[in-house]
Design a protein around this ligand. Structure first.
Ligand SMILES: Cc1cc2nc3c(=O)[nH]c(=O)nc-3n(C[C@H](O)[C@H](O)[C@H](O)COP(=O)(O)O)c2cc1C
Length: 585
């Protein structure tokens, strides 16, 4: 974004003030029926930020462009969710290429008349793509001969070397992690979103981080790799590690806000053994290897994205400061080794005939711009989709279901569902408690007249309840900034976060994490929709408090943070689709 995004501004305001500030930011960036959150109110096209960051002057390593059938080939989509069904692929420049292709790469170019724009494997609010990705990895063939920090250049599908690390320091940094572990980090160019959305943009950046975490976690799963967010790190440390604190490399360029970093490693259970053993994985990095990252050899300078200086939004800048994580917690989580199926005939391949591969589903993912208002989905598909957003019964994150094992905190987001067209389900307002332990809390906070009746045919493992019957199509559209996509769908939903209690329990920096959790839910549902033969769209524009009134929430205990909709898409025939990188790809 700009200089105000720098970590210097974060130096700890008292926690209480920060909490108030974050709550105030949230309150003041709500959309109301009578007034939208503040933005310029028009799009300054001449100053539109470039969606592609480059580090000019840094060595570039092209990732191989792989055809769908090239190795490593994709597993079936359904296998992503079968523990142990996917053997680990070894870490090479090809498997890295797949990791980025399935998560953050360009998936197609769209053209209307003379205008052409890129779509990516991950969705993004307004297609503005504020999230930049970094890779910190040991030397592997095809990349730099020493360990290095790279920036992922999506337009080129290439890695730009930002910093060279010594092997010794890299080993120290990753001590305590599984063999072959490497790191993927994210940072947001907030200006890309403020350009369009003004003050509410900080929320959208966080949604997008959640989607990016989800895309990389799911891409890692296609390769039999695991991923865990190193959530114990302070943001200053993260900024230094990713090099986004280096004023000299950002002179005249828009700054990046450090978001998070995750460790990825091959789960290596190829023997088929059921180990059942556990070991600890730190949620932080070795402090002695982190200090003096300035000692590295750095390369490249960030390109300027807009003609003019970014427009400032004071309350957003204050939220950046207030939600900065200034503490490091040296937490270790126990890692349950993935159980492999002892008998592969457990899931015979013939069941999968005609089923799509994960790569296919990921590549074809698109947001619907309109729904037909007629397509329904089966109750079975609906229940499967909801099952996939359940974190799993166990409370220890790494033993949770994929992709929820990436988030090392207790789930804090539930779903309020507007069911319009799900065969066998009465239309109405439903609630899915993603953490069944929170049911009483949710019941206590919602309207007393809600039914809370059980849903016929719903699997026992799904805490799904009908709150009230009724045709909610007009209401759902009205609440989602009057966007028809929320009413013309099979179902739409609001993601309801345990808001104030989470911020008080963890700290104001958890504000960003609540949005990340919603983005991850969205990412799972986007792919689920494609796999079920329908389509989805994330909805960042909704009227906050009217949603809360429908639910009966009358304080900041629960807040809706993100909306989502799924249905039968109407394609726009005026658009031409072009391949992502080369015509023969
Ligand atoms: C956080 C988020 C919020 C979004 N909000 C809306 C919205 O309010 N209305 C809408 O039509 N699309 C919305 N979208 C969809 C984006 O416009 C879409 O992802 C983007 O144009 C890229 O297209 P793709 O998803 O097909 O790659 C949202 C997407 C995300 C990730």
């Amino acid at each position: 974004m700009n200089d105000r995004t720098k970590q210097d501004h974060s130096r700890a305001a008292p926690a209480r003030d920060s909490l108030d500030m974050v709550m105030r930011y949230h309150q003041e960036t709500k959309h109301h029926f009578s007034r939208f959150a503040r933005s310029l109110g028009y799009l300054d096209w001449a100053n539109q930020p470039d969606p592609f960051r480059r580090y000019e002057g840094s060595p570039v390593f092209a990732l191989p462009l792989l055809k769908p059938a090239d190795a490593p080939a994709s597993p079936l989509y359904e296998d992503l969710y079968r523990p142990g069904a996917i053997a680990s692929v070894s870490l090479t420049v090809r498997s890295l290429s797949r990791l980025f292709e399935y998560s953050l790469a360009i998936s197609a170019w769209k053209q209307a008349g003379e205008v052409r724009w890129a779509l990516r494997s991950n969705p993004s609010s307004g297609n503005l793509h504020p999230t930049e990705a970094y890779l910190l990895i040991d030397d592997i063939d095809g990349l730099s001969p020493s360990p290095g920090l790279y920036h992922y250049a999506a337009k080129e599908h290439a890695l730009e070397l930002r910093a060279q690390w010594s092997t010794e320091r890299f080993m120290r940094l990753l001590q305590g992690f599984p063999p072959k572990a490497f790191l993927v980090g994210f940072a947001s160019i907030i200006w890309r979103e403020t350009w369009k959305y003004g003050e509410r943009a900080f929320r959208y950046c966080q949604h997008d981080v959640g989607h990016a975490i989800g895309s990389v976690r799911i891409a890692a799963q296609t390769l039999g790799w695991r991923m865990l967010l190193l959530d114990g790190l302070a943001d200053d440390t993260l900024a230094a590690l990713l090099g986004v604190d280096r004023a000299e490399d950002f002179e005249g360029a828009e700054r990046e806000h450090p978001d998070c970093i995750a460790v990825i490693w091959p789960s290596d259970q190829a023997s088929g053994a059921v180990t059942g053993s556990t070991s600890g994985v730190p949620l932080f990095l070795a402090a002695d290897a982190l200090c003096d990252v300035t000692g590295h050899i750095w390369h490249g300078r960030a390109n300027r994205l807009s003609r003019d200086e970014p427009v400032q939004w004071e309350i957003l800048d204050q939220a950046v400061v207030a939600s900065w994580k200034s503490s490091t917690e040296q937490k270790v989580v126990q890692l349950n080794h993935e159980r492999r199926y002892a008998d592969p005939s457990d899931h015979p391949k013939c069941l999968y005939v005609g089923q799509p591969s994960a790569g296919q589903v990921i590549r074809q993912r698109r947001s619907a711009v309109a729904f037909d208002g007629t397509t329904s989905i089966s109750a079975g598909s609906f229940f499967t989709m909801l099952t996939r957003v359940m974190p799993g019964a166990e409370r220890d994150p790494p033993s949770r279901a994929m992709p929820w094992d990436v988030l090392p905190w207790e789930p804090a987001v539930h779903l309020a569902l507007f069911v319009h067209r799900v065969d066998g389900l009465v239309p109405g307002l439903y609630l899915l408690a993603r953490d069944p332990a929170k049911l009483d809390l949710l019941r206590g906070a919602t309207h007393p007249q809600f039914d809370w009746s059980s849903v016929a045919g719903c699997p026992d493992s799904l805490p799904l309840f009908l709150l009230q019957e009724g045709d909610e199509r007009a209401l759902a559209a009205e609440l989602s900034c009057r966007q028809d996509i929320a009413g013309d769908s099979a179902f739409s939903l609001g993601m309801i976060a345990e808001f104030e209690s989470s911020l008080r329990q963890h700290g104001p920096w958890f504000y960003r994490r609540l949005f990340w959790e919603t983005g991850l839910i969205g990412q799972v549902l986007y792919l689920e929709a494609e796999a079920a033969g329908v389509r989805a769209t994330g909805i960042g524009c909704f009227f906050d408090d009217p949603v809360h009134q429908i639910m009966g929430f009358n304080d900041a205990g629960f807040q809706s943070l993100y909306h989502f909709t799924t249905g039968g898409p109407v394609e726009d025939p005026r658009l031409t689709t072009l391949p992502p990188y080369a015509l023969d790809h």
